[in-house]
Design a protein around this ligand. Structure first.
Ligand SMILES: Cc1ncc(COP(=O)(O)O)c(C=O)c1O
Length: 342
Protein backbone atom coordinates (compact mmCIF):
# COMPACT_ATOMS: atom_id res chain seq x y z
CA UNK A 1 0.00 0.00 0.00
CA UNK A 2 1.29 3.46 -0.94
CA UNK A 3 2.39 5.67 1.96
CA UNK A 4 0.61 9.02 1.72
CA UNK A 5 3.14 11.51 3.02
CA UNK A 6 1.45 14.80 3.87
CA UNK A 7 4.03 16.04 6.38
CA UNK A 8 5.47 18.63 4.00
CA UNK A 9 6.08 19.42 0.34
CA UNK A 10 9.77 18.98 1.15
CA UNK A 11 9.26 15.18 1.01
CA UNK A 12 8.76 15.36 -2.77
CA UNK A 13 11.06 13.12 -4.78
CA UNK A 14 12.60 14.33 -8.05
CA UNK A 15 10.61 13.52 -11.19
CA UNK A 16 11.99 11.16 -13.87
CA UNK A 17 12.68 14.24 -16.07
CA UNK A 18 14.80 15.71 -13.26
CA UNK A 19 16.80 12.51 -12.82
CA UNK A 20 17.45 12.40 -16.56
CA UNK A 21 18.53 16.07 -16.62
CA UNK A 22 20.83 15.50 -13.64
CA UNK A 23 22.45 12.55 -15.38
CA UNK A 24 23.14 14.60 -18.50
CA UNK A 25 24.06 17.92 -16.81
CA UNK A 26 27.11 19.81 -18.08
CA UNK A 27 29.11 20.88 -15.05
CA UNK A 28 32.14 22.93 -14.00
CA UNK A 29 33.52 24.55 -10.86
CA UNK A 30 30.81 26.92 -9.71
CA UNK A 31 33.01 28.72 -7.18
CA UNK A 32 34.96 29.90 -10.26
CA UNK A 33 31.63 30.74 -11.94
CA UNK A 34 32.32 27.96 -14.48
CA UNK A 35 29.32 25.68 -14.09
CA UNK A 36 27.16 26.33 -17.17
CA UNK A 37 24.09 24.65 -15.70
CA UNK A 38 24.24 26.68 -12.50
CA UNK A 39 24.74 29.84 -14.54
CA UNK A 40 21.71 28.97 -16.65
CA UNK A 41 19.57 28.30 -13.56
CA UNK A 42 20.61 31.56 -11.90
CA UNK A 43 19.78 33.46 -15.08
CA UNK A 44 16.41 31.78 -15.43
CA UNK A 45 15.53 32.37 -11.76
CA UNK A 46 16.41 36.07 -11.99
CA UNK A 47 14.35 36.38 -15.14
CA UNK A 48 11.34 34.55 -13.67
CA UNK A 49 11.33 36.92 -10.69
CA UNK A 50 12.16 40.08 -12.63
CA UNK A 51 15.43 40.72 -10.77
CA UNK A 52 18.89 41.45 -12.19
CA UNK A 53 20.70 38.45 -10.74
CA UNK A 54 20.43 35.32 -8.60
CA UNK A 55 22.67 33.01 -6.60
CA UNK A 56 22.05 29.28 -6.09
CA UNK A 57 22.15 28.18 -2.44
CA UNK A 58 21.78 24.87 -0.67
CA UNK A 59 18.51 25.56 1.14
CA UNK A 60 15.87 28.10 2.05
CA UNK A 61 17.48 28.54 5.44
CA UNK A 62 20.81 29.35 3.81
CA UNK A 63 19.14 31.71 1.33
CA UNK A 64 17.47 33.68 4.11
CA UNK A 65 20.65 33.75 6.20
CA UNK A 66 22.80 34.89 3.27
CA UNK A 67 20.23 37.63 2.51
CA UNK A 68 20.29 38.87 6.10
CA UNK A 69 24.09 38.75 6.30
CA UNK A 70 24.24 40.76 3.08
CA UNK A 71 21.66 43.41 4.02
CA UNK A 72 22.78 43.85 7.64
CA UNK A 73 25.96 44.31 9.65
CA UNK A 74 26.66 43.26 13.25
CA UNK A 75 24.41 45.12 15.69
CA UNK A 76 21.75 45.88 13.08
CA UNK A 77 18.12 44.97 13.66
CA UNK A 78 15.53 43.22 11.49
CA UNK A 79 11.75 43.61 11.77
CA UNK A 80 9.92 40.35 11.05
CA UNK A 81 6.78 38.42 11.94
CA UNK A 82 6.56 36.54 15.22
CA UNK A 83 5.31 33.48 13.30
CA UNK A 84 7.82 33.74 10.48
CA UNK A 85 9.87 30.72 9.48
CA UNK A 86 13.04 32.79 9.83
CA UNK A 87 12.28 33.61 13.47
CA UNK A 88 10.88 30.24 14.51
CA UNK A 89 12.70 27.59 12.55
CA UNK A 90 16.12 28.82 11.42
CA UNK A 91 17.96 28.52 14.73
CA UNK A 92 18.28 32.28 15.14
CA UNK A 93 21.08 32.10 12.57
CA UNK A 94 21.00 35.87 12.04
CA UNK A 95 21.94 36.39 15.70
CA UNK A 96 24.12 33.33 16.13
CA UNK A 97 26.24 33.94 13.03
CA UNK A 98 25.63 37.56 12.05
CA UNK A 99 25.22 39.51 15.30
CA UNK A 100 21.87 40.72 13.92
CA UNK A 101 18.95 41.15 16.31
CA UNK A 102 15.40 40.20 15.36
CA UNK A 103 12.52 42.52 16.36
CA UNK A 104 9.42 40.31 16.05
CA UNK A 105 6.02 41.95 15.59
CA UNK A 106 2.68 40.10 15.41
CA UNK A 107 1.79 38.23 12.25
CA UNK A 108 -1.90 38.70 11.55
CA UNK A 109 -3.86 35.47 10.82
CA UNK A 110 -3.38 36.10 7.08
CA UNK A 111 0.41 36.30 7.44
CA UNK A 112 0.62 40.07 7.04
CA UNK A 113 2.31 42.54 9.37
CA UNK A 114 0.22 45.64 10.17
CA UNK A 115 1.80 48.70 8.60
CA UNK A 116 1.46 50.62 11.87
CA UNK A 117 3.28 47.83 13.71
CA UNK A 118 6.12 47.97 11.15
CA UNK A 119 6.32 51.76 11.42
CA UNK A 120 6.24 51.57 15.23
CA UNK A 121 9.10 49.08 15.33
CA UNK A 122 11.52 51.21 13.30
CA UNK A 123 14.17 52.61 15.64
CA UNK A 124 14.91 56.29 15.91
CA UNK A 125 18.49 57.55 15.81
CA UNK A 126 19.54 57.14 19.44
CA UNK A 127 22.76 55.73 20.92
CA UNK A 128 20.70 53.30 23.03
CA UNK A 129 19.18 51.56 20.04
CA UNK A 130 20.40 49.21 17.36
CA UNK A 131 19.88 50.45 13.80
CA UNK A 132 16.89 49.02 11.97
CA UNK A 133 18.03 47.89 8.50
CA UNK A 134 15.53 45.45 7.12
CA UNK A 135 11.92 44.27 7.07
CA UNK A 136 11.23 40.60 6.25
CA UNK A 137 7.99 39.21 4.86
CA UNK A 138 7.01 35.59 4.08
CA UNK A 139 4.93 34.55 1.05
CA UNK A 140 3.15 32.14 1.22
CA UNK A 141 3.05 32.24 5.00
CA UNK A 142 3.70 28.74 6.29
CA UNK A 143 2.40 28.97 9.88
CA UNK A 144 -0.46 31.31 8.88
CA UNK A 145 -2.33 28.65 6.85
CA UNK A 146 -0.11 28.96 3.79
CA UNK A 147 -1.77 32.27 2.96
CA UNK A 148 -0.46 34.23 -0.05
CA UNK A 149 0.40 37.93 0.36
CA UNK A 150 -0.83 40.13 -2.47
CA UNK A 151 1.38 42.32 -4.65
CA UNK A 152 -0.46 45.42 -3.37
CA UNK A 153 0.21 44.56 0.28
CA UNK A 154 3.89 43.78 -0.34
CA UNK A 155 4.30 47.03 -2.26
CA UNK A 156 2.78 49.01 0.63
CA UNK A 157 5.23 47.50 3.11
CA UNK A 158 8.12 48.12 0.73
CA UNK A 159 7.16 51.75 0.20
CA UNK A 160 6.95 52.30 3.95
CA UNK A 161 10.32 50.62 4.51
CA UNK A 162 12.07 52.38 1.64
CA UNK A 163 10.67 55.73 2.77
CA UNK A 164 12.43 55.17 6.10
CA UNK A 165 15.73 54.08 4.53
CA UNK A 166 15.19 50.33 5.14
CA UNK A 167 15.37 47.41 2.73
CA UNK A 168 12.95 44.51 2.33
CA UNK A 169 13.69 40.80 2.06
CA UNK A 170 11.00 38.30 1.12
CA UNK A 171 11.10 34.68 2.23
CA UNK A 172 9.33 33.43 -0.86
CA UNK A 173 10.02 29.74 -0.24
CA UNK A 174 6.65 29.06 -1.94
CA UNK A 175 6.34 32.18 -4.09
CA UNK A 176 5.08 30.20 -7.09
CA UNK A 177 2.28 28.78 -4.92
CA UNK A 178 1.36 32.37 -4.05
CA UNK A 179 1.39 33.34 -7.73
CA UNK A 180 -0.80 30.36 -8.66
CA UNK A 181 -3.28 31.07 -5.84
CA UNK A 182 -3.58 34.75 -6.71
CA UNK A 183 -3.63 34.18 -10.48
CA UNK A 184 -0.70 36.52 -10.98
CA UNK A 185 2.92 36.44 -12.11
CA UNK A 186 5.54 35.87 -9.40
CA UNK A 187 7.33 39.00 -10.71
CA UNK A 188 4.38 41.13 -9.58
CA UNK A 189 4.58 39.71 -6.06
CA UNK A 190 8.26 40.60 -5.64
CA UNK A 191 8.50 43.75 -7.76
CA UNK A 192 9.07 46.14 -4.86
CA UNK A 193 11.25 43.98 -2.59
CA UNK A 194 15.03 44.25 -2.59
CA UNK A 195 15.68 40.53 -2.31
CA UNK A 196 13.68 37.33 -2.52
CA UNK A 197 14.53 33.73 -1.76
CA UNK A 198 12.52 30.88 -3.26
CA UNK A 199 12.87 27.11 -2.94
CA UNK A 200 13.16 24.51 -5.69
CA UNK A 201 12.98 21.63 -3.23
CA UNK A 202 9.41 22.01 -1.96
CA UNK A 203 6.34 21.93 -4.21
CA UNK A 204 8.59 22.16 -7.28
CA UNK A 205 10.07 18.70 -6.50
CA UNK A 206 13.78 19.36 -7.07
CA UNK A 207 15.98 17.39 -4.65
CA UNK A 208 18.06 20.33 -3.36
CA UNK A 209 18.35 24.07 -3.64
CA UNK A 210 16.98 27.57 -3.39
CA UNK A 211 17.73 30.83 -5.18
CA UNK A 212 18.33 34.25 -3.73
CA UNK A 213 17.49 37.00 -6.21
CA UNK A 214 18.13 40.75 -6.18
CA UNK A 215 20.07 43.44 -7.99
CA UNK A 216 23.53 42.66 -9.37
CA UNK A 217 25.49 44.42 -6.60
CA UNK A 218 23.47 42.73 -3.88
CA UNK A 219 23.97 39.29 -5.43
CA UNK A 220 27.73 39.89 -5.83
CA UNK A 221 27.92 40.56 -2.06
CA UNK A 222 25.59 37.63 -1.35
CA UNK A 223 28.08 35.33 -3.14
CA UNK A 224 30.70 36.35 -0.57
CA UNK A 225 28.25 35.68 2.30
CA UNK A 226 27.38 32.29 0.78
CA UNK A 227 31.06 31.35 0.67
CA UNK A 228 31.71 32.28 4.31
CA UNK A 229 28.83 30.12 5.55
CA UNK A 230 30.31 27.20 3.60
CA UNK A 231 27.87 27.30 0.72
CA UNK A 232 30.30 27.56 -2.21
CA UNK A 233 29.52 24.43 -4.24
CA UNK A 234 31.68 22.98 -6.99
CA UNK A 235 30.03 20.85 -9.72
CA UNK A 236 26.60 21.97 -8.52
CA UNK A 237 25.19 21.78 -12.05
CA UNK A 238 24.10 18.24 -11.16
CA UNK A 239 21.62 19.85 -8.75
CA UNK A 240 20.89 22.92 -10.86
CA UNK A 241 19.80 20.65 -13.73
CA UNK A 242 16.87 19.44 -11.63
CA UNK A 243 16.16 23.05 -10.70
CA UNK A 244 15.84 24.01 -14.35
CA UNK A 245 13.26 21.26 -14.86
CA UNK A 246 11.48 22.51 -11.72
CA UNK A 247 11.19 26.03 -13.12
CA UNK A 248 10.27 24.86 -16.61
CA UNK A 249 7.75 22.13 -15.76
CA UNK A 250 6.49 22.43 -12.21
CA UNK A 251 5.37 26.00 -11.52
CA UNK A 252 2.32 25.93 -13.80
CA UNK A 253 0.76 22.86 -12.17
CA UNK A 254 0.64 24.11 -8.55
CA UNK A 255 -3.05 25.05 -8.80
CA UNK A 256 -3.76 21.28 -8.92
CA UNK A 257 -2.24 20.91 -5.46
CA UNK A 258 -4.31 23.83 -4.19
CA UNK A 259 -7.53 22.27 -5.50
CA UNK A 260 -6.68 18.97 -3.76
CA UNK A 261 -5.90 20.81 -0.51
CA UNK A 262 -9.38 22.39 -0.68
CA UNK A 263 -10.97 19.02 -1.37
CA UNK A 264 -9.13 17.52 1.63
CA UNK A 265 -10.22 20.41 3.87
CA UNK A 266 -13.85 20.05 2.82
CA UNK A 267 -13.81 16.29 3.42
CA UNK A 268 -12.14 16.60 6.82
CA UNK A 269 -14.43 19.44 7.92
CA UNK A 270 -17.44 17.15 7.42
CA UNK A 271 -16.09 14.66 9.99
CA UNK A 272 -17.50 15.26 13.50
CA UNK A 273 -14.60 16.17 15.79
CA UNK A 274 -12.56 18.11 13.18
CA UNK A 275 -12.40 21.82 12.44
CA UNK A 276 -10.47 22.63 9.25
CA UNK A 277 -9.66 26.04 7.81
CA UNK A 278 -10.17 26.48 4.07
CA UNK A 279 -6.69 26.58 2.51
CA UNK A 280 -5.75 29.04 -0.23
CA UNK A 281 -2.63 27.13 -1.28
CA UNK A 282 -1.17 23.67 -0.62
CA UNK A 283 -0.87 23.93 3.19
CA UNK A 284 -3.83 22.87 5.28
CA UNK A 285 -4.19 23.16 9.05
CA UNK A 286 -6.92 21.52 11.08
CA UNK A 287 -7.65 20.69 14.68
CA UNK A 288 -9.73 18.43 16.87
CA UNK A 289 -12.85 19.78 18.51
CA UNK A 290 -14.41 18.64 21.80
CA UNK A 291 -16.44 16.07 19.90
CA UNK A 292 -13.27 14.15 18.95
CA UNK A 293 -12.94 10.68 20.41
CA UNK A 294 -9.13 10.62 20.15
CA UNK A 295 -6.18 12.80 21.19
CA UNK A 296 -3.89 14.49 18.67
CA UNK A 297 -1.12 11.96 19.32
CA UNK A 298 -3.52 9.06 18.87
CA UNK A 299 -4.67 10.49 15.54
CA UNK A 300 -1.12 10.94 14.23
CA UNK A 301 -0.18 7.42 15.36
CA UNK A 302 -3.42 5.86 14.09
CA UNK A 303 -2.98 7.44 10.66
CA UNK A 304 0.69 6.44 10.49
CA UNK A 305 -0.28 2.81 11.21
CA UNK A 306 -2.59 3.07 8.19
CA UNK A 307 0.14 4.53 5.95
CA UNK A 308 -0.78 8.22 6.20
CA UNK A 309 1.77 10.67 7.58
CA UNK A 310 1.08 14.22 8.74
CA UNK A 311 2.39 16.60 11.36
CA UNK A 312 0.63 17.07 14.70
CA UNK A 313 1.48 19.36 17.62
CA UNK A 314 1.90 22.53 15.57
CA UNK A 315 0.40 25.01 18.05
CA UNK A 316 -2.27 22.40 18.82
CA UNK A 317 -2.99 21.91 15.13
CA UNK A 318 -2.33 19.28 12.49
CA UNK A 319 -0.68 20.21 9.23
CA UNK A 320 -1.17 18.42 5.93
CA UNK A 321 0.63 19.60 2.80
CA UNK A 322 -0.39 18.61 -0.71
CA UNK A 323 2.26 18.15 -3.37
CA UNK A 324 3.06 16.56 -6.73
CA UNK A 325 3.07 13.00 -5.40
CA UNK A 326 -0.42 13.22 -3.87
CA UNK A 327 -3.31 12.38 -6.21
CA UNK A 328 -7.13 12.47 -5.91
CA UNK A 329 -7.26 8.88 -4.66
CA UNK A 330 -4.82 9.72 -1.84
CA UNK A 331 -6.99 12.64 -0.77
CA UNK A 332 -10.09 10.41 -0.66
CA UNK A 333 -8.24 7.67 1.23
CA UNK A 334 -7.05 10.22 3.80
CA UNK A 335 -10.59 11.49 4.38
CA UNK A 336 -12.03 7.96 4.66
CA UNK A 337 -9.27 6.80 7.01
CA UNK A 338 -9.73 9.82 9.26
CA UNK A 339 -13.46 9.23 9.35
CA UNK A 340 -12.98 5.60 10.36
CA UNK A 341 -10.37 6.56 12.99
CA UNK A 342 -12.52 9.18 14.69
C1 LIG B 1 8.52 29.66 4.61
C2 LIG B 1 9.79 28.87 4.67
N1 LIG B 1 10.96 29.52 4.59
C3 LIG B 1 12.12 28.87 4.62
C4 LIG B 1 12.17 27.50 4.74
C5 LIG B 1 13.51 26.83 4.83
O1 LIG B 1 13.78 26.02 3.74
P1 LIG B 1 14.84 24.80 3.86
O2 LIG B 1 14.11 23.68 4.53
O3 LIG B 1 15.19 24.51 2.44
O4 LIG B 1 15.99 25.28 4.66
C6 LIG B 1 10.98 26.78 4.83
C7 LIG B 1 11.01 25.31 4.97
O5 LIG B 1 10.01 24.65 5.11
C8 LIG B 1 9.75 27.49 4.81
O6 LIG B 1 8.57 26.85 4.92
Amino acid sequence: MKTIDLRSDTVTLPTPAMREAMYRAEVGDDVYGEDPTVNQLEQMAAERLGKEAAVFVVSGTMGNLVALLTHCGRGDEVILGDRSHTLRFEQGGMAALGGITPWPIPNQPDGTLRLEDVAGAIRTDNAHFPRTRLVCLENTHNLCNGTPLTAEYTARVARLAHGRGLRVHLDGARIFNAAAALGTDARELVREVDSVMFCLSKGLCAPVGSLLCGDADFIAEARRARKVVGGGMRQAGILAAAGLVALEQMTERLAEDHARAKRLAEGLARIPGIAATQPQTNILYFQLTEEATKTQDEVVKGLAERGILLLGRLEGRFRAVIHYWIDDEDVERTIETMQALL
